[in-house]
Design a protein around this ligand. Structure first.
Ligand SMILES: Cc1ncc(COP(=O)(O)O)c(C=O)c1O
Length: 383
């Protein structure tokens, strides 16, 4: 044994120390203050109807755990009922339930694109999509953010260099960092022109946007080249993700998708919760209306205060442009009772910002008070 070797933990400790010094170290901050940070957009995570559905199903004897993979004994009637209902709601041919959005995105990109294919990812898609592209079989390229022309140029260049496989365009419908909307109509046209697949992560749109909250892909659902990931841990207030796709792709995933095959199925209770959330979204449209009113109110207030944002959604980026100032501003707001969180590295420091999230867990008065505090802390003490 070499006694001069550093301790096994030393390099990890050094990395954490370096993160602390550069203002990049994260800790786990517990919930405190008014919610301007969660993605529980429709306040379904603690809605009485959700809880009642779970109490009733537990009382009726539904097990807590699935007890196995979907391909073994873990396939429960609750999963299948959810998938049938989700396919009907989203007007897709089929839906497949995964344990989380991260896994669903990773699963789609590591299972469906084949060797010789090309993935074109918007530069700001979620980490799980980048990870799936990195690990999967196809080549991948990054297109400029929300720039259909860049997507088209990327495909054109690849084809010009002899790329002959299938192209997969990968985007979010509502981007989780800047709260901006994808140019879906243009991307659909490009997908048609190049006979490509279009994979759309609807995490932040599902339940809120599109007819009846079906997402921004609602007008295009059911087309065989559209594949959509609807996560269930945000506006739907539960956990998991529903991948909607043609039955051919669904069957291929059931047979080839390793994260689907070699994992314990999601809890049947979660399937019940998601199904209840889909019902609430359909039966209580006032929730979506109240959220949209709140979003419009917040953007108006910010504009009045001289801080308009480019977002028009419930995700409100408030650029600060420097890590330390961003952290100080968040800490000042948190001290005043507003749970506002930051987006910091790995985004470049110049893009450091507060990411204010609007949900039905707050009232318009809370929004006004938070914006007053934000403006005061930005222009007052912190300048
Ligand atoms: C755009 C986007 N996609 C996917 C995910 C992952 O979803 P989940 O939290 O269900 O794993 C998130 C969550 O943070 C997200 O914001």
């Amino acid at each position: 044994m070499n006694l001069t070797q550093p301790s096994k933990l030393e390099r990890y400790a050094a990395a954490v120390d370096a993160m602390r010094e550069e203002g990049r170290r994260w800790g786990r901050r517990s919930r405190a203050g008014v919610d301007f940070a969660s993605s529980d957009y429709l306040a379904l995570a603690s809605a009485p109807r959700m809880k009642e559905a779970l109490f009733a199903t537990l009382k009726a004897g539904t097990p807590i755990g699935a007890g196995g993979s979907r391909l073994l004994r873990g396939n429960c009637e609750e999963h299948e009922a959810l998938e049938t209902e989700a396919a009907r709601f989203f007007r897709a041919e089929t839906a497949l339930f995964f344990g989380s959005g991260y896994i669903a995105n990773f699963a789609v990109l590591t299972t469906l694109p084949q060797r010789g294919d090309l993935l074109v990812l918007d530069s700001l898609v979620h980490a799980s999509l980048h990870e799936g592209a990195r690990v999967g079989r196809a080549e991948f390229r990054i297109a400029a953010h929300n720039d259909p022309q860049s997507v088209e140029d990327t495909i054109g260049n690849w084809r010009a260099k002899g790329g002959v496989g299938r192209v997969w365009i990968v985007v979010e419908s509502l981007y989780s960092i800047d709260g901006d909307l994808a140019a879906l109509a243009d991307l659909v046209e490009i997908a048609k022109r190049y006979e490509a697949f279009l994979v759309v992560d609807e995490s932040h749109a599902t339940g809120i946007y599109g007819e009846q909250g079906r997402g921004l892909t609602a007008p295009y659902q059911g087309r065989e080249y559209i594949l959509v990931v609807h996560t269930c841990g945000k506006a739907l207030g539960a956990a998991g993700a529903l991948v909607t796709a043609s039955s051919v792709l669904r069957d291929f995933m059931i047979n080839r998708c390793r994260p689907f095959i070699f994992a314990t199925a999601p809890s049947p209770l979660m399937a019940i919760a998601v199904r209840q959330a889909l019902l609430i979204v359909q039966e209580e449209p006032e929730r979506r209306r109240r959220l949209i009113d709140l979003i419009n109110f917040a953007h108006r207030q910010l504009a009045i205060c001289g801080r308009p944002t480019r977002s028009s959604s419930q995700i409100v980026p408030y650029r600060v442009g420097n890590n330390a100032r961003t952290m100080r501003l968040a800490a000042a707001l948190q001290a005043r009772g507003f749970d506002v969180r930051t987006i910091r590295p790995p985004v470049p420091p110049s893009r450091a910002r507060l990411r204010i999230s609007l949900t039905l867990n707050v009232e318009p008065d809370d929004v006004s008070e938070m914006i007053d505090a934000l403006v005061e802390e930005t222009w007052g003490k912190l300048r």
